[in-house]
Design a binder for this molecule. Structure first.
Ligand SMILES: Nc1ncnc2c1ncn2[C@@H]1O[C@H](COP(=O)(O)OP(=O)(O)OP(=O)(O)O)[C@@H](O)[C@H]1O
Length: 493
């Protein structure tokens, strides 16, 4: 499943070395246990060969999982196929592949091709180690040693080469597919990545043209939107500007598919948000709110323009921004089989919380969203109601005390009581951080937001505090009548 640049973030943030260290620990523990149990397989074969073999195999499997994950959008389907692959390759290895290995007339080339499937390379390695352990034990000698890798019938050297090359290739491919999905493409359109690279490094447009375009846009803007753009321009020139968020002419264009034109989802959004302010984006379906949030949280890259969170550029410094950012996505991204507490532990660790501070942050967080008492936090999320899941998503966005938080329609789908409960949590949370919140509800915007922007068709129509906007645009009705010209005067009367 393409978990929004999961691969890149895991590579860059938790680091592959940490995965490898984890795998190493598991290997050492299991080996110690099996060694104590007296299994010859582990005792008589050279430890170095075993360590290299398992290390390369497990890393290949991790890279393979990242690669295959890009083709799935459902966790359930991925899990089922994962199990089928594991059992299928094990059974095929034992009941089919083994006969090919033992049949000396069978082409060694085809065996090598089959070993490209990681399950078969694992089987082949275990088979070779087993054979050497068996014959070594029978003859009172050792199992497989480094010099045995040169034996013509020993396939261990081949699979070590195949697995290492494949590991490197899988890493590159997984990274590539991850990038393709992050720029709004799909695995079905892999050339998009190259097209985007071309665009990224294309020479800038003639500045006079950009300026002209920009001016036309500003001329047509409403006064408060133009004023906000002016504020942003001033702030960008001031190196001491201490704003939590500054968006500078942010645009998002989705490439048109199947002959359809490109979709301009966000058209030059400029916005400045100081610390401690909750800003609401109110707009109809399809206005571009989620596209805006997706750019701000690093899920997709802006087509042009940029934004800064505490002075860090979303195009370059996303990794640093992540440590101080919280996100409550539109749809709860929760694992049904994990408990609420386990979710919070997971996300708190990603924010580098450890030890007593970690436990305190998780418990405080559960209390703040009323999921602490009665052991609710220890229940699997699959048993939570919609309101509880939403509260957990909000708690996840606030864990680790992030200074910038994005909430995409946080109260969608909640009944009035759950919604009020959630509003209280957000009101409490907005005290010492900047929050950008999208919503369809004016009522929600009035309750939670210090400032509000009405966002329609990819751009702000007006900006101001909720009371001001309501006074300006609310409380009056416009009655429109269409009539032929000859009846105009009659209608006017
Ligand atoms: N990946 C995509 N590829 C192409 N078009 C997209 C993509 N994502 C969104 N769009 C289009 O961009 C426009 C803005 O969508 P977006 O989801 O940002 O709006 P929204 O205001 O968040 O809507 P909602 O309130 O329904 O969530 C819509 O017309 C949508 O169809």
């Amino acid at each position: 499943m393409s978990f929004h640049n999961l691969f890149t973030s895991i590579l860059e943030r938790t680091n592959f070395t940490r995965e490898a260290a984890f795998v190493g620990k598991i290997y050492m523990y299991s080996k110690l246990t099996l060694f104590c149990a007296g299994l010859n397989f582990f005792r008589v074969n050279n430890y170095g060969i075993q360590i290299v073999f398992f290390f390369v195999y497990i890393n290949l499997q991790i890279a393979f999982a990242f690669f295959v994950a890009s083709f799935f959008s459902s966790v359930k389907i991925a899990t089922v196929i994962g199990y089928i692959y594991v059992f299928g390759s094990g059974l095929l290895g034992a009941f089919l592949f083994r006969f090919f290995i033992e049949d000396i007339n069978f082409s060694r080339g085809w065996i090598l091709v089959m070993e490209i499937v990681p399950g078969f390379s694992l089987y082949r390695g275990l088979y070779e180690l087993g054979q050497y352990a068996f014959s070594g034990n029978a003859m009172g000698a050792t199992g497989m040693m480094w010099e045995n890798l040169k034996d013509p019938i020993n396939g261990m050297r081949d699979i070590l080469i195949v697995m290492t090359v494949e590991w490197a290739l899988m890493l590159v491919l997984a990274f590539y597919l991850d990038q393709v999905s992050s720029i709004g493409g799909s695995v079905g359109n892999p050339l998009l990545f190259f097209r985007c690279l071309q665009k990224k490094y294309a020479p800038p447009l003639q500045s006079s043209f950009v300026q002209q375009n920009h001016k036309v846009a500003v001329d047509m803007e409403k006064a408060d939107v133009a004023q906000e753009r002016h504020v942003v321009e001033q702030l960008l020139m001031d190196s001491n500007a201490n704003q939590a968020i500054i968006c500078d002419n942010l645009r998002k264009v989705y490439p048109g598919k199947d002959g359809n034109p490109d979709k301009l989802a966000v058209r030059g959004l400029s916005l400045a948000l100081p610390k401690g302010q909750c800003f609401g984006m109110l707009g109809p379906n399809g206005a571009g709110k989620t596209s805006f949030i997706s750019m701000m949280v690093g899920l997709t890259k802006p087509t042009s323009g940029t934004a800064y969170a505490h002075g860090m550029d979303i195009r370059m410094d996303m990794d640093d921004i992540y440590t101080n950012m919280g996100v409550c996505p539109q749809h709860d991204l929760l694992w049904e089989t994990l408990t609420g507490k386990e979710h919070l532990f997971f996300y708190a660790r990603l924010k580098n919380l450890k030890g007593a501070a970690l436990v305190k942050a998780v418990n405080d967080s559960l209390k703040s969203v009323t999921l602490f008492h009665g052991g609710v936090g220890d229940k699997q999320v699959g048993k939570y109601s919609g309101g509880m899941k939403r509260r957990l998503s909000v708690a996840i966005s606030l864990i680790g005390d992030p200074k910038v938080v994005y909430m995409d329609e946080p109260s969608t789908g909640l009944d009035p009581a759950s919604r009020n409960n959630l509003w209280n949590i957000v009101k409490e949370a907005k005290r010492n951080r900047a929050i950008i919140l999208t919503t369809h509800s004016m009522e929600e915007a009035e309750v939670l937001c210090d400032r509000l922007g009405i966002f329609v068709d990819g751009e702000f129509q007006c900006l101001g505090n909720p009371k001001e906007l309501k006074a300006r645009y609310g409380g009056a009705y416009i009655f429109t009548v269409t009539t032929p010209p000859e009846q105009e005067s009659e209608i006017e009367q």
